[in-house]
Write a protein that binds this ligand. Sequence first.
Ligand code: PMV
Length: 322
Amino acid sequence: MKKIKASTPGKLMLFGEHAVIYDRPCIVAAVDQRFMVTVEEIEGEEIVVQAPGVGMHDYRKKLADLGETRIPKGLRFVEETVRSFYEKHKNGGLRIKTENHFSSEFGFGSSAAVTVGLAKALHELFKVEILEHELFEFCYQVVLKVQGVGSGFDIAAALYGGVLYFVTGGKRIEQLKVSNLPIVVGYTGVKADTPTLVRQVAELRRQHPIRVERWFEEMTAMVEKAKRWFPQGEWFKLGKLMDENQEILKKLGVSSVELDRLTGAAVKAGADGAKLSGAGGGDCMIALVGEKKRRMVEKAIEAADGEVLKVKLGAEGVRIEK
Ligand code: PMV
């Protein structure tokens, strides 16, 4: 029977995290570590999922029960994507396999990547035409249903790839022309829980609305500058902007001992600037650093107990693999 394989890139947030939840812009880059999703029609009335990355082998669910009973955490996005698709279109047995090129612990956006890959593969398998912005909306609704919160920036990165200027819910999505972004990525070794951190910031905003809104406005100004400076390759200025963005993230309370240690070490070793990337609390940090000092910065991150991840930014968006 027909089989379709799709692949999607992971992502890293460059500027504007958290503020982007509140109708503001951010800058996100797709990374060249890809997620694979294979779908195949099978006989019978169930879906069979193999997702070794989240420790799931031969998970079975009757089509009639999709979304109705308890779902293991790692499979909520898979099940909700199939349920949403079947609600509108076709029904039938499916075998689904997901494979990671990278650990889902890194915070490269595995949930969004799997959702986009699976949605694309299902539309392809059943020959349902869909425009890119409609596919964005379909996937964004899946994420909101499963997670309750989220700006959709990770969906956009998985779908369109490249380096994007993105406003909450996809109100604006613009591809920036950026080449050879000189970035070093360090993993803290700590897995962060995005919804918890988003709720934490929401609570701070409830308690101190004026202060937090002012920080978000400052971040917006940074994102607008970064939008101009990335295509011009103004790495030094962008580095300084990263330091400023990191200061606000610290005030928001989302940095951590590990993130402070790794960003501090990177800057001390000669990076132009460094910040956490994403929700905070753990996951990855990024540093802008010229070629000459790159090795020094990588060594400093390792000496500070970080793991340097070799990734390239600006990767291609979702694609069907032959
Ligand atoms: O934790 P990550 O890498 O998925 O990033 C979350 C970024 C937030 O702005 C905090 C949330 C969002 O959906 O935009």
